[in-house]
Structure formats: C-alpha cells, structure tokens
Design a protein around this ligand. Sequence first.
Ligand SMILES: Cc1cc2nc3c(=O)[nH]c(=O)nc-3n(C[C@H](O)[C@H](O)[C@H](O)COP(=O)(O)OP(=O)(O)OC[C@H]3O[C@@H](n4cnc5c(N)ncnc54)[C@H](O)[C@@H]3O)c2cc1C
Length: 612
Amino acid sequence: MDLWSDPVRPFLCFYECLFSDWESAIRIGVLDCGEEENYEICKEYGILYYPTFRYFKAFTKQFTTGENYKAGSDRELQTVRQMMIDFLQNHSQESRPPACPPLEPIQSSEIASLFDKNSPHYTAIVVESSSSYVGREVILDLIQYENIVVKRVLNSDKAFLEKLGITSIPSCYLIYPNGSHGLINILKPLRSFFSSYLKSLPGVKRKLVSQLPLPKKQNEESTEIKAWKEFDKAKLYMADLESGLHYLLRVELATHKTLEGAELKTFKDFVTVIAKLFPGHQPVVKLLETLQEWLVSLPLDKIPYDAILDLVNNKMRISGIFLTNRVRWVGCQGSRPELRGYTCALWKLFHTLTVQAAVRPKALINTGFEDNPQVVLQIMRRYIQHFFACKACAQHFEEMAKESMDAVRTLDEAVLWLWEKHNVVNDRLAGDLSEDPKFLKVQWPTPDLCPDCHDEIKGLHSWNKAQVLQFLKHHYTNENILYKYTEGQVNSNEIEVGDVKERKDKNLPKKPSGNKEDKLLDQNMLDSKSKGLDKLIANNGPVKDRGKNTVESVLHKDTKQSVSFLGIGFSNIDMSLCVVLYVASSLFLMIMYFFFRMRSKRWKVRYYRPAV
Ligand SMILES: Cc1cc2nc3c(=O)[nH]c(=O)nc-3n(C[C@H](O)[C@H](O)[C@H](O)COP(=O)(O)OP(=O)(O)OC[C@H]3O[C@@H](n4cnc5c(N)ncnc54)[C@H](O)[C@@H]3O)c2cc1C
C-alpha cells in the first residue's frame, strides 16, 4: 500500500515541518487516530496508543503494517530524530532510499586525499564520537542543498585530529572548492549551528523543488470547518455524552481486534455500570442494557470486537435501540478541529457517572457493585489504563489514582475525588499546546458558575467542598441536561431548533427525514447478516450455539419489550402492521356496508307493489 497517496490521511504539520529537510530520504506522515474518519486505517494498522511511530522501509512491495521501531512513549524530538537515523541505517546498501547519502563514517585517509585539490563543491567533515548523531543529522539537513557534501569521521585517529588542529568534538572541518581547508568557527558545537553555517556558505543553495521527490501535502480542503453551535456552559449537553459514547464504543475501543482477560473484564464492568447509570435517551440506555445482558450471558473469554460493534450498530435490527453514529460536540467543541472533543466528553461522561452513582445509589443493586463507593472511579481507572489512547495521560492518571483513590470511602467522596483530580490535570495543562485558547484550563467551577464554591481564608482562595459537591450534583444530573443538537426523540422541539439552526448556518435545505449518515446507518441496520457475530460463532466451536442463542434470546427478549399490551409484546413493525390492517378492514367494512345498502334499495324498488 502506498502510504502517501491515500487521500483520507491528514498529514499534520508538526513533525512534517520539523523534518522537511530530510523528506527526500525519509518522509513523515502524521495520522490522527483521534479523527473518526481515520478509524478504519488505524484499526488496520493496529494503532492502539499515541504517539505510535511506525516505520516503513523503502521499496517495500508487500503490504506491511510497519515496524514499531524502538517502542516506547518517548516523544522527545531528539529521540525521534535518532530513531529515524537508526532506521535509515538499518536499510541494506541496495534498499537504501536513493536520495539518502551514506551515513557511515569515512576514514581519515579519505579526507586527506581531498586537501589542496579543486572540487566542484564544498566538503564539510563533522568530526565526532561514535555515539554522536550530530554528523548524521547535519548530513540529512543538507541533502536538499547543492554545491556541498557532508561527511562524518570518528575521533579515533588522534594524530590526524591533532594535524587538523581539532581539540574538541563535535567539530566541523571545511574543504573549500579551491582545495583550501580549515576548522569552522561557530558559537556552539550544535547540529543547528553547523547546519545553518553550512547552508549560508556562498554558492550553497537549495536544489530546485522539481528535483526533489516531495510527498503529497495534506489536503487543506479536507479539514471540514464545522458551524459553531451556541451553547450554555452552565448546562450539560446530551449531544456531548452521546457523541463521546459513540466515539468510545465505535472508535477508541474498536481499535482492539479482540477483547480478552483484563481488557474484557474492564469492558464488561464499564458496560454494566454505564447501562445502569447513563442518564440518557431510552434507545441509548436500551442499547447499553442489551449489550450488558449479551456480554454477561456470553460464555466466552475472548470476544472479537467486531461482534460488539455489530450489536452497537444494531445489525440484528432489534427495535428500540439506537446510538447516534455521528459526532456532535457542543459543550466540548473546540475552536480548532484538533482541540477538545472526545477527551472533554470522556471527562464529562465519568463525572456524570460518579454523580449518578451518588444520587441514585440503588441503581447498581444486583450488579455486584452496590457496596463499592469507588466503583465508577476504579472502572474509569481500568478503562483509562487499558483503552485510553493517550498513553502519557493514562500514566499521569494512574499516578494520581495510586496516590489516593483507595482512600475514597463514600459515593460523595468519589464525586469530589474526580473533581479534584480533574482540576489537578487542568492546572498541569494550563498554557500547554493542547489548551484551547477559547477554553482556558482553569480551576473549575469558576466563580461565575458557582460563587458559593469559592471562599477565602486569610486572603487565600479555598474551596467550599460542600458547595462544590452540591454544584456537581446539580451540574451532572438529568435536570441540567439539554437534548439540543441530539438526534433522539426526547424533547424533539429542541432537536428541531438545533437542527434547523445548524442547517441555516450551513445554508442547507430542511432535512426531510434523515441525514446521509443516518441513511448509511439504516442501510447497515438492514444488513441482517451480522459479520462479526458470524465470525464469533464460527470461531468458537462448541459454544457457538450458546453464543447464537444468547444473541437470539436478547433479540427475542427485546422484541417482546418494545411495546407491552395486555402482557403481549409488540415490536414497531407489529404495531405498524396493526395500523395498516385496521385501516384496511375499516375500508372493507365501509365498502361492504354501502354495497349491501345499494343492493337492498334495488330489491325494494323491484319488488315493491303498492296496494291498489
Ligand atoms: C483521564 C484523563 C486524563 C488526561 N490527562 C491528560 C494529560 O496528562 N495530558 C494532556 O495533554 N491531556 C490530558 N487529558 C485531556 C485533557 O484533560 C482535556 O480533556 C483536553 O485538553 C480538552 O480540554 P477541555 O478544554 O475540553 O476541558 P476538559 O479538561 O476536558 O474538561 C471538560 C469539561 O469538564 C468540565 N470540567 C472542567 N474541570 C472540571 C472539574 N475539575 N470537575 C468537573 N468538571 C470539570 C468543564 O465543563 C469542561 O469544559 C486527559 C483526559 C482524561 C479524560
């Protein structure tokens, strides 16, 4: 597969721009696996965490998911540069990219032969130790420049260094085109100083762009500018929670091909808790309940995620279950597409769950979690550990959890624990690159949202935790949730308002019945063949019938649950058929009535003999 010709991959400028001088030897592509449209490709390449660096050797003809060269979460630029150099050097002589000059050190004797001879170009020699990367970086920095060749030599030949007057390393020795030579004089012996000095030499200039095989740049038009949705920051938007849930189930978790062991346990526990505590639309809650029942009754210790996705996508056409398959950030929208969004919604989701557990403690009865005040926190901890794509975030969160999560004794304390730790994260990220300039990282709730939460003791700010708890219990509960911008049927007026507004913003006609994505989803729903479930059933031999039965029983059960009348269950299709039959039979009866009336009139006329 040609990594560079796929138009769906957005190439972000960060790494690309930093390494643009090297791009004829090694091209950098950045794929944002947080973008929903990249989900399929990230799944195909098995990207579970970011940053993940994958290396693809030059001239590879067969499909490969790349090499995880030196795995680890170190994203320091220095380390990334060195990894790239190691990777380039790991090519054989024949398979090395043609534009990549030799990176190995040359012998000191080769240099001596260049002295006092005319040459068409400058030759710069970086003298360094064997562990240094400076020489190789300078070589790569100058591959797009003409009239200069850069080589490196190791400091092992002391006599030679002495002869050249080199007393410290790394140093750079320059041979001019006329054969004269000497040490270059720069302020600091750093790669950037060497490179910029060499680039500024008279006659050294960039090669013409047409001479360089440049990678395709990101298609700027592909970045969709979404219409801004007005919102009230004092409210919680169901659109954020549902979009977050959609992203979590269909994108983040779906990068895992199968769930087993601790991951499966975490997923099951997460679904159990969210099915009981999610304060949302009936179709969403029903979907979560169906998923939970299915997971509980499925006697497998390994589940392909496709099977779960089939249920989430309702491939079995169970009536009354639905979760939006589109992202609509409202309170979580960012001023740029790469800001906020899912991570914001994930925080909101878990805050909502801790608050729901505190205000509805009975909701978890019969789940095995009823007596555990840390239940939501512990499940969140495991979720973040196993599934949250941001590895560094997960590490930070785990450190906080280790420190004090065990000390949480009540459901109210759990609400406050998460609030406090979220503020710690806010504090740490204030001024960070990930901060949205429109939504600064502040200690939350701010005084305008909750004046009573803030106190001052001896001139110092302090939180009134009782008020904070009260505020959180209001903010993250049903009465504070707005359904504006959601697709569900609850509060249809508000949905309409949101929808019409967005359509107006985009200058689009009023939507007749469903958008393109909805239709796609409907299409999916109509696809009664459940690929994942088939796979699951096929892969699990003897238990296949049990698995199938479970699905069928869920299906059957759900059909029964849709509308209950006199103890008999009717699905939506049953109800529609009833209406059609009712109308048809009424029409039939009316026609029969008029038919017999006409007939009896004719009879009366024919046999009527007035008495004479
Ligand atoms: C568990 C976790 C750990 C993370 N760790 C990191 C990390 O280490 N490094 C990193 O760069 N990013 C991290 N992130 C992402 C980061 O915290 C933000 O989510 C992201 O930067 C988007 O910020 P935001 O402006 O949308 O506000 P967010 O911090 O995401 O907050 C979302 C919303 O929650 C509400 N809120 C804010 N503070 C609180 C609070 N204290 N209590 C209750 N509600 C609150 C507000 O309404 C806010 O708009 C983490 C995310 C999660 C879920």
